[in-house]
Design a protein around this ligand. Structure first.
Ligand code: FES
Ligand code: FE
Length: 430
């Protein structure tokens, strides 16, 4: 156990002590180190293949702190292009999304095709024979890969494959991807918001089972007012209830849902007239996957954290959420709704209503959460209180959903990546 004043994490498994130094949330130098040791080294979620369904489709967005373009070329291949002109730097794509045969830089009009190749240079005869168009294609991350439609990038050529990186999280992505025989799609539109808080506070919050009742009291009151049966607590009865460290910093909470799910978990608030349709959907899942897996897909919810900054909340709707630090105390968040490609208009309306009313930035839950994260960040100004406690349930086996095992999984991996290069430097110097 590293008890030095410089340590970010104290992890004493024998005593059951786990603490995180609050400098990890406030220190500008720590953020710089995160950019190098985490965002430049890990696989980072860039988008879903359904967002660029047809040749020429593109989405421009920030990924790992850089402007990028997710683009499907005229050859049908999905690429991630770094959105910076190879001439002198300007963004070659300034639109959020669309379909285009070319990207033309607005500065001096260099033009790239949908594969990122440079195809037009005004006044090209002014350049010497040493000028080769091939050397000026839009740059791409060192690695790009796709797991069941989820596209990730990695700037570290030596990093493990995405398949290995995802470790135990693959099983949970499968439970999401298997919700449609035709595949899943991101519903057009994004919830984009920001919070005056460190990005890791949102990591913790996204699968924090301990905060539900106190923070979201009003929502649970509303649910019981409209007749949703609350089974003792908001997290339901434990036929399937667990918190799992999935390896590589990923973790999940899985629990029986107290709420209805547009995937075949009917509750009275959905209306009697829809019950038969839900039962029919459920039978189809039973046929495809057998009763146990069908139960998991339909009746349990999941809050999945994929290290470092991808959260998939498969609850009363499916949210894909990513967030990036702009400063130690400020983050930008994007959230998309994921749905079966073949979902009916009525089911889709139900899903999107949930996506807005509970999960959205103007919904029941997210403003409560953002308020708490910003409140923590303000509290950190009291530097005299140096440590936060994340030891809940450390000596409990099996851990409960209201424990903090999932956060410890994140912090252990975070700490390892942050101190490894330093330790290697120290070894080289010795
Ligand atoms: Fe793009 Fe000059 S910076 S053409
Ligand atoms: Fe919350």
């Amino acid at each position: 156990m590293d008890k030095s004043a410089e340590a970010f994490v104290i992890d004493d498994q024998e005593a059951g002590i786990f603490r995180v130094n609050r400098r990890a949330f406030t220190d500008a130098e720590c953020l710089e180190r995160e950019r190098r040791c985490i965002f430049d080294k890990c696989w980072i979620y860039a988008g879903h293949e359904s967002e660029v369904a047809h040749a020429g489709d593109f989405q421009s967005r920030n990924v790992a702190g850089r402007p990028m373009i997710l683009a499907r070329g005229d050859d049908g291949k999905v690429r991630v292009l770094l959105n910076t002109c190879t001439h002198r730097g300007a963004l070659v794509c300034r639109q959020k999304s669309g379909s285009a045969k070319t990207f033309q830089c607005p500065y001096h009009a260099w033009t790239y095709n949908s594969r990122g190749q440079l195809i037009g240079v005004p006044g090209e005869d002014a350049y010497s024979p040493a000028f080769k168009r091939d050397e000026f294609a839009l740059a791409q991350p060192a690695q790009v890969d796709n797991y069941r439609g989820f596209i990730f990038i990695c700037f570290d050529r030596a990093a493990d494959s995405l398949y290995d990186y995802l470790a135990g999280a693959k099983e949970y992505l499968d439970l999401v991807a298997d919700q449609s025989e035709l595949g899943m799609k991101v519903v057009a539109g994004v919830q984009a918001y920001s919070a005056r808080a460190n990005w890791k506070l949102l990591v913790e919050n996204s699968y924090d089972g301990y905060h539900g009742l106190p923070t979201h009291q009003r929502y649970f009151g509303f649910l019981s007012d409209i007749g949703v049966e609350m089974r003792g607590n908001n997290l339901g009865a434990p036929r399937q209830q667990r918190v799992v460290d999935l390896g590589n910093g990923h973790a999940v909470l899985e629990y029986q849902s107290a709420w209805g799910r547009p995937i075949a978990h009917w509750v009275p608030s959905f209306g009697e007239h829809r019950k038969a349709h839900f039962e029919q959907m459920r039978r189809r899942f039973d046929e495809r996957f057998g009763a146990d897996r069908a139960y998991r897909i339909c009746e349990t919810s999941r809050n999945l954290g994929i290290f470092p900054n991808l959260v998939i909340n498969d609850i009363m709707a499916i949210t894909i959420r990513t967030f990036y630090p702009v400063a130690s105390d400020y983050m930008e968040v994007n959230a998309w709704a994921l749905a079966p490609k073949d979902e009916s208009a009525e089911d889709s309306a139900l899903r999107l209503d949930n996506f807005l009313t509970f999960l959205g930035p103007g919904g029941f839950a997210t403003p409560d959460d953002v308020e708490m994260l910003e409140s923590c960040q303000r509290g950190f100004a009291n530097r005299e209180v140096a440590w936060s406690d994340i030891s809940r349930g450390m000596k409990r086996e099996p851990p409960a959903l209201t424990d903090e095992l999932q956060m410890r999984a994140f912090w252990r991996r975070w700490n390892q990546l942050m101190i490894e290069p330093q330790a290697a430097r120290a070894r080289r110097a010795a």
